[in-house]
Design a protein around this ligand. Structure first.
Ligand code: GAP
Length: 439
């Protein structure tokens, strides 16, 4: 079978499935849509939340050396001056003198010729990607503030608060998930590049000199996280940034790239930011942000290793990775072979008939199971069609309640991937699902 990720129409199929089944909708769709912003529907929010929960579990819950944070999106403008975003967070913008098309100069084959109409392009000018807004009722220069373009700065400016309240010692990390905003010149490839998106970022503070060891540690951890959740290693690769491409704050950086349908593209960046950020904030705020080393009796500003993942890019990658088309009888079966931890629903309850006594019994099973697993109920159309619907949204198990169930108190459990069916007692549904799902 050809590798599905080399299928150029895969993105169209995923966009269509996402809309049809309620994973992802275009923002403001009834008004014609707002480019580069997306709304997660009932299934999309479950998938996205599961991905974020897996990250939180691996990064915060299971580690003794990381704590969480949820800082505000709006911060003092001084934060962005100190971090270098006001002066340096920009992309080179070129405009076509004829069709007025706007492009990122480093995104097009020739920065002098319009890729739309072939006319001359303007000289590149630096375009700042931060969204500007005003705080309070007066829209003057003093009221200017920015929507954060990364969650990271909220962590740096709370470094001292976290150290003082948790008494964590270096090495330790602060993790945060949340929305970020960038006024990207060009957007596209569905949820890959948006103007409003979510990040999952860890700032892991270390002693200078141990930074490259920790950098390698986080490269390995993050790679293994994707593999554990079901990524084919052949669809992942590291890309080390050449020195000239490094962000203004980075000492070195490697991306984890995924083989998206449009080609290899960044899913997560892992950077060694040195002590750039804490030094900047210390200098600009006048507050000391150094730590005391008990072993050497010296003070120093920690270095930081930053694994920074895009939630939306993760969602897209796992959708691409799990999408399968399998020949089945005279038809094609579309299956999202998601890791069950990511699946929106873990189990679907499907009564063979809408009528009594099957309906009451099925609803009772559903109501009990919902307390333990994210579950759904479907009694519309034939059982074959209902299995297909669950396959398409990645539900790992279906439970069918049939007329024999009334007598023998057994239900049919169907496995999404193998399509194997077994009969199990109602009393053992919960334990069987725990055992099969592994959680
Ligand atoms: N704090 C470091 C930082 O923000 P970045 O490489 O600019 O680094 C980190 O962004 C991750 O955020 C990227 O790897 C990507 O997954 C996600 N990301 C960045 N810009 C994005 C956009 N416009 N749309 C969706 N995701 C984006």
């Amino acid at each position: 079978m050809a590798d599905i990720n080399s299928d150029k129409s895969l993105m169209e199929k995923i966009v269509s499935l996402c809309k049809r089944r309620g994973f992802i909708f275009q923002s403001s769709e009834i008004y014609g849509g707002l480019g580069s912003c997306w709304d997660y529907g009932p299934l999309g929010i479950e998938l996205k939340r599961n991905l974020k929960n897996e990250w939180w579990k691996a990064i915060v819950q299971e580690r003794d050396d990381v704590v969480g944070l949820d800082s505000s999106i709006l911060m003092s403008t001084k934060v962005w001056e100190a971090s270098g975003h006001v002066s340096g967070f920009s992309d080179p913008l070129v405009e076509c003198k004829k069709c007025n098309g706007r492009f990122r100069a480093d995104d097009i084959p020739d920065a002098k010729i319009c890729p739309n109409c072939g006319s001359e392009l303007s000289e590149p000018r630096q375009f700042n990607l931060m969204f500007k807004t005003f705080m309070g009722p007066v829209e003057d220069a003093a009221a200017v503030t920015y929507l954060r373009p990364e969650t990271a700065q909220g962590i740096f400016v709370n470094f001292d608060n976290v150290v003082n309240t948790t008494h964590k010692k270096i090495p330790f990390g602060i993790a945060q998930q949340g929305k970020s905003f960038r006024n990207e010149i060009t957007t596209g490839n569905f949820i890959f590049r948006c103007r409003e998106f979510e990040q999952m970022e860890l700032e892991f503070f270390v002693k200078p000199g141990t930074d490259m060891e920790w950098f390698q540690h986080w490269l390995d951890e993050r790679w293994n996280w994707y593999i554990k959740l079901g990524m084919n290693p052949e669809h992942l690769r590291f890309r080390a940034h050449p020195k000239e491409d490094l962000a203004h704050y980075a000492k070195c950086c490697s991306d984890i790239e995924y083989l998206f349908p449009m080609g290899w593209s960044e899913m997560e960046g892992i950077a060694n930011r040195g002590n750039f950020d804490l030094t900047q904030h210390s200098t600009h705020s006048g507050k000391s942000l150094d730590v005391f080393d008990d072993a050497t009796n010296e003070k120093y500003i920690p270095y930081v290793i930053e694994p920074s993942a895009g939630v939306d890019r993760g969602v897209l990658a796992f959708l691409c990775e799990s999408y399968c088309e399998e020949p089945d009888k005279d038809d094609t079966r579309v299956v999202l072979k998601l890791n069950p931890r990511l699946s929106p629903y873990k189990v679907a309850i499907l009564p063979l008939s809408k009528k009594e006594p099957l309906a009451s019994l099925s609803k009772e099973i559903y109501s009990n199971l919902r307390k333990v697993f994210s579950a759904t109920y479907d009694d519309a159309q034939s059982i074959g069609r209902r299995y297909r619907r669950q396959d398409e949204i990645g539900t790992p198990y279906c439970l069918t309640v049939d007329f024999d169930t009334i007598e023998d108190k057994m239900v049919t459990l169907r496995d999404r991937d193998s399509m194997e069916q077994i009969r199990i007692p109602i009393a053992e549904i919960e334990s069987t699902l725990h055992a099969k799902l592994g959680f």
